[in-house]
Ligand binder design. Structure first.
Ligand code: PMV
Length: 312
């Protein structure tokens, strides 16, 4: 049996702007992972693959599954990429702790874990670059026009300053810092939130582009404060980025409630993370106030909170 895993992720700065070529900053969430196990399935025909994902009630043969299913797409892509003759019959079991559709990169993590596990089971350890490229193909099938930030940060598992089509830039973390992630429990497809911003920009390009230019400056400053370890200044940038995301209409009532609660409980800064309108928010906290902020988030309606330390 071969097991491989991949982390979740959060975007610290630059969501939405990244769709328009601006940079964004994302970090892996190591404590919340997707895990794939691959084993041989003796007695079944070569080339057959049994997929099991207990969390989503999937239990089916690959050839019976819909073309669009992300788990099935990831397995098909990696088998095609490896080429050669049909592999022995395989069983792929997927378990993920990452909330689905919440902005934590669940689909990218599932793809990365499955691609790594199938390849390793068949004797190949793929580079992060190759894994990321394959996971990007799955993301495109799922999300239409993804920026590529999710598959990249999840495959490399390092803090990343990302702009589509530009060389990758990893971020050195001057001083580790603590985030509390709060899940609003509201769900809206990324595709819809991205489409709403596109419409707003079509109606008023000047204002939306002005917002994106300000977000770009925040991502760049944020990178410098992470490198210099200036957590207080970083917190202020969380708040400024949130104001701008609200201005382009991607915040939401539940998210605002959580952000207010985090700030009242002593967070250094708080913002939505990912596509917005629902999904998660993140609060930057001093380790000493982490429990207080997490408790305040749950009291304000978060269906779960996750603590993560961002390190180099
Ligand atoms: O909510 P998520 O993790 O799907 O993040 C979406 C981030 C966007 O910038 C809104 C879209 C993208 O493809 O980068």
């Amino acid at each position: 049996m071969t097991e491989r895993s991949a982390p979740g992720k959060v975007i610290l700065f630059g969501e939405h702007a990244v769709v328009y070529g601006k940079p964004a900053l994302a970090v892996p969430v190591h404590s919340t992972r997707a895990r794939a196990e691959v084993s041989d399935l003796p007695g079944e025909p070569a080339g057959w693959v049994r997929l099991e994902a207990p969390g989503t009630q999937i239990s089916a043969w690959l050839h019976e599954m819909l073309q669009a299913d992300p788990l099935a797409s990831a397995v098909r892509l990696i088998l095609k990429d490896l080429g050669g003759s049909a592999p022995p019959a395989l069983r792929v079991v997927l378990n993920s702790e990452i909330p689905v559709g919440a902005g934590m990169g669940s689909s990218a993590a599932v793809s990365v874990a499955v691609i790594r596990a199938v390849a390793a089971h068949l004797g190949q350890e793929l580079s992060a670059e190759r894994v990321s490229a394959l996971a990007f193909e799955v993301e495109k099938l799922q999300h239409g026009t993804p920026s590529g930030i999710d598959n990249t940060v999840v495959a490399y598992e390092r803090p990343l300053f990302f702009a589509a089509g530009k060389p990758l830039q990893f971020v050195q973390v001057g001083r580790p810092f603590t985030l509390i992630i709060g899940d609003s429990g509201d769900r809206l497809p990324t595709r819809e939130s991205v489409a709403a911003v596109r419409e707003r920009r079509a109606a008023d390009p000047e204002s939306v582009d002005r917002v994106f230019a300000e977000i770009e400056a925040i991502s760049e400053q944020g990178r410098r404060f992470i490198e210099s370890g200036d957590t207080r200044q970083l917190g202020l940038l969380f708040d400024r980025n949130q104001t701008l995301l609200k201005a382009i209409g991607v915040s939401g009532k539940g998210l605002e409630q959580l952000i207010r609660a985090a700030k009242r409980a002593g967070a250094l800064g708080a913002k939505l993370s990912g596509a917005g309108r629902g999904g998660i928010m993140i609060a930057l906290v001093e380790p000493a106030s982490a429990e207080l902020v997490a408790g305040a988030l749950r009291e304000a309606g978060a269906i779960r909170t996750i603590r993560t330390e961002v390190t180099a």
